[in-house]
Write a protein that binds this ligand. Sequence first.
Ligand code: AMP
Length: 403
Amino acid sequence: MSAVLVINSGSSSLKYQLLEMTGETVLASGLIERIGEDAGSVKHTVSASSTAGDAADETFRGSEPVADHAAAFRVMIEAFASHGPSLTENPPIVVGHRVVHGGKRFFEPTVVTDLVKINIEDLSELAPLHNPANLDGITAAQVAFPDVPHVAVFDTAFHATLPAAAYTYAIDRELADKHRVRRYGFHGTSHKFVSEVAAEFLGRDLEQLKTIVLHLGNGASACAVDGGRSVDTSMGLTPLEGLVMGTRSGDLDPAVLVHLHRRAGLGFDELDTLLNRRSGLIGLSGRGDMRDVVEAGDSGDEAAALALDVYLHRLKHYVGSYIAVLGGVDAIVFTAGVGENSVAVRGRALEGLERLGIRIDPQRNASGERGPRLISADDSAVAVLVVPTNEELEIARQSLSVI
Ligand code: AMP
């Protein structure tokens, strides 16, 4: 048995998954939320694959105060002890941690040392909401699992191959260098996983393939992948740039900030909140979930219909520009919550691109199939796919690869 524990630690949450890597199956997964609040919530799911016979997945829920990340790990270990599978029988040989920002330093999965932790901490100024929480998770996990290696897998790492032309912002170079201002890109673990699965599904050599990956979740980003390497991506210094998202604006004329500061008297914290939490679909329509936006738009809600139009226009804009950046495209891949589930978004996003060789088959698009699948028509020169992302599996694979 070679089990890997994958940890995704947020500021008030801890997500975990225990995977058995011989067959790449999930043994158990869980989510502890509201860490630091009076009543924390605990959810632990034991996968059918970890139990004998043909039982279904079993989920256990509870509520108890969880003071901090160290307490969250104790709660997690208790959940394994009470509900299984046994960590003694399936001891993790490595713990893999999702870390959001690796800056310019980390472009590979990295075994965590004290120096690595100092560097992750130093990069917190670029990801103040994420890196400190990721680090809290690592420190607590090291206490809970002191005898195994811990590996950090960075969201930015896949984009280390961006050419300077794609990662450089056209501002004063000295200032930019001093403050590490450049495009880093995010969702890298997902873009890498999905582009590799797409090549495998198509039976094509990854080295020869030009792919556009559209990771459309609550956060969303596009990535141009040439021969397995990221050559452009829509998120930038932070995960705010690019596509319209659930609560984030994506691209914007930077002068809007100056204008709102001067004319509306908004301070920097207010602008930060406005663009990260009160913009995107929620800012335009009052609804942050794509299901609600589509439904309201279909029922005649003008704000929702406009929100969807803006979302789709931006998406098409990126698809077009990445076809140009790549000098053509072989495959366009939809993934994450919206990309995997929304027939309407997939269908409308690529409408009118027939002259570029892109044609979706409406029946294939609407089929409720799970797993990687083709949704383009037989006469579409470009293959359009849906590929469910699996960041946990990718983190587990990468963590295992370095020990
Ligand atoms: P993720 O961040 O990948 O977990 O994606 C979460 C988002 O996926 C949610 O906020 C929803 O907007 C979206 N989503 C999930 N299921 C559907 C669906 N059936 N149709 C449209 N959007 C969906």
